[in-house]
Design a protein around this ligand. Structure first.
Ligand code: PGA
Length: 258
């Protein structure tokens, strides 16, 4: 275990990123099936990040449960002439507690810049939302042995002039997202330990020891336990497998019934 990780109790965080999947009716059916499957599970904090259109339905469903609500993106102003955008205030209005920021699909498909990710992290933090800040290298960057440098830059630029507390970071190697090819738990630990060192260097060890750092990229019921065995890995950000209620429930239960 990295020295920084030791001595801090970090509750595990298992977050579902539904991406652009599910209608309202499908979200309601998922929640009806999912909630009983995780009843009594208190070891991990479970978060559902549905599309914006499903936030009210999922909010209603999680009302009397421990499950938290999150969004997949946010804009950096609270209101104004920003067609198509959703503000931190609007997410709070829907009882969102978390928000994913800087996901690689937004970086690579939608051209999200480091400067805008920094603005979003600042706005979310100042509003009281907990960011799930995504970083990770592409296959090309990994093959050129640039993974550490890239992730270090993403952290430095995203968190410039900002120290969110609380903060969650998701290490998601781009080549592992939606491909079925996950990073090995040892490789993920190596990068996540490094991320914690970067955070400690940027600010201080005490804060870095409290940040929850998740792994994301082809997490499934059958491999979640091997990631959570790693000392610096505090949870997972789950795409594909979070769309199927029994699979996501098994992941929230750390691979039980896998
Ligand atoms: P995946 O997606 O679990 O389908 O690989 C992870 C993510 O994009 O957050």
């Amino acid at each position: 275990m990295s020295k920084i990780a030791a001595g801090h109790a970090r509750k595990r965080l298992i977050a579902a990123n539904w991406k652009m999947y599910k209608t309202i009716a499908e979200a309601e059916r998922f929640m009806e099936e999912f909630l009983p499957l995780i009843a009594g599970q208190t070891e991990a904090e479970a978060v559902i990040c549905p599309p914006f259109t499903c936030l009210p339905a999922v909010r209603q469903a999680v009302r009397s449960s421990q499950v938290q609500l999150g969004a997949q993106d946010v804009f950096w102003e609270n209101q104004g002439p920003y067609t198509g955008e959703i503000s931190p205030a609007m997410l709070l209005d829907l009882d969102c507690r978390y928000v994913i920021i800087g996901h690689s699909e937004r970086r690579h498909i939608l051209g999200e810049t480091e400067a805008n990710i920094n603005r979003k992290l600042k706005a979310a933090t100042h509003a009281g939302l907990i960011p799930i800040f995504c970083v990770g290298e592409t296959l090309d960057q990994r093959e050129k042995e640039l993974a550490r440098e890239i992730v270090n830059q993403q952290l430095a630029k995203g968190l410039q002039d900002l120290r969110p507390d609380p903060l969650a970071v998701a290490y998601e190697p781009v080549w592992a997202i939606g491909t079925g090819v996950n990073a090995t738990p040892e490789d993920a630990q190596e990068m996540i330990g490094y991320i914690r060192e970067c955070l400690a260097r940027m600010y201080d060890e005490d804060w870095a020891g409290k940040v929850r750092i998740l792994y994301g990229g082809s997490v499934k019921p059958g491999n979640i336990a091997s990631f959570l065995e790693q000392p610096d890995i505090d949870g997972a950000l789950v795409g594909g497998a979070s769309l199927v209620a029994p699979d996501f429930a098994s992941i929230v239960r750390f691979g039980e019934n896998a």
